[in-house]
Design a protein around this ligand. Structure first.
Ligand code: FPP
Length: 266
């Protein structure tokens, strides 16, 4: 199947050259999505609609994630960051929290070999130390096993919170004795869980909600947001392609003016 990202980029490039009177597109809007972040919302509603327990929705969510990794790799997306369990999710009923913990552990056990074979590089973003020792070990081992894989990165945000991440970074910055005049944006970025990762180009939220929900707060400062009513367990290739198409229509300016508005590229 034609790779939508490459196709759309090349069409845009041709349009830009052929019609000089049209507004020039900003440089970044031609770029493909390298890093896609997803707030996987709607598992509970999906289950409720089917008169199933909420955990059945989360299980269906894992299937959607399996599909997404494949489709994203096909589209040459370099990495995915998925919000699987937030620092606030501890406040859900105990049975659901335990179910999500178990599901993460079981998914690692059942899928790790295949993910490794498929060239997926796993990484965990979040507070690992609050998870059970078994789960911590399973996460560490899976990250270690897959660390040299290059097909696609999958960053699982589990026990992740954007504010907690900043708290952890600030604590470490102080512990390292950094002086106030050495604190820069680059330095703070280098203390985040995502320290060596590019910022997400796009954040998708499913299930029609319009909230950031404490997800990659620092990193998504200039990410393009995309909301879809599709519930996460139903999210498939078509939904991904629609989101990528929408991204290609955006003009990323990072707070600056468009090249076309200024007449120069400064
Ligand atoms: C939000 O939907 C989803 C979650 C809190 C969990 C997301 C988890 C998965 C997709 C599966 C687990 C992932 C791994 C890697 C094991 P919701 O429950 O808030 O849905 P609702 O808003 O419809 O109730």
């Amino acid at each position: 199947m034609a790779k939508l990202q490459n196709l759309l980029s090349s069409v845009k490039r041709k349009e830009g050259v052929a019609t000089q009177s049209q507004p020039a597109i900003s440089e970044q809007s031609e770029s493909p999505v390298r890093h896609l972040a997803i707030i996987m919302d709607g598992n509970g509603r999906w289950a409720t609609q089917r008169h199933l327990p909420r955990l059945a929705g989360h299980k269906a969510g894992v299937n959607a994630l399996r599909r997404l990794v494949e489709c994203a790799a096909d589209e040459h997306i370099e990495m995915l960051s998925v919000y699987a369990f937030s620092t606030e999710n501890w406040g859900r009923p105990r049975a659901e929290v335990e179910g999500l913990m178990r599901l993460f552990w079981e998914t690692i056990r059942s899928d790790l070999e295949k993910l490794h074979r498929d060239g997926v590089r796993l990484r965990h973003l979040g507070r690992l130390y609050d998870l059970s020792p078994d789960l911590q070990k399973a996460v560490r081992d899976s990250v270690e096993l897959t660390r040299n894989n290059t097909r696609i990165g999958l960053n699982v945000c589990f026990n992740y919170g954007g504010r907690a991440e900043l708290v952890d970074a600030i604590r470490q910055i102080i512990a390292d004795g950094r002086q106030p005049d050495t604190i820069t944006e680059e330095l703070i970025s280098s203390y985040l869980y995502t320290r060596d990762l590019p910022d997400p180009d796009m954040v998708i939220r499913t299930a029609g909600e319009m909230r950031v929900s404490n997800f990659l707060l620092w990193q998504s400062a200039y990410s393009e947001y995309y909301a879809t009513p599709t519930l996460w367990p139903d999210f498939g290739r078509e939904d991904l392609l629609e989101a990528l198409e929408s991204y290609q229509q955006r003009h990323r300016r990072f707070g600056r003016l468009d090249v076309s508005s200024t007449g120069n590229q400064a």
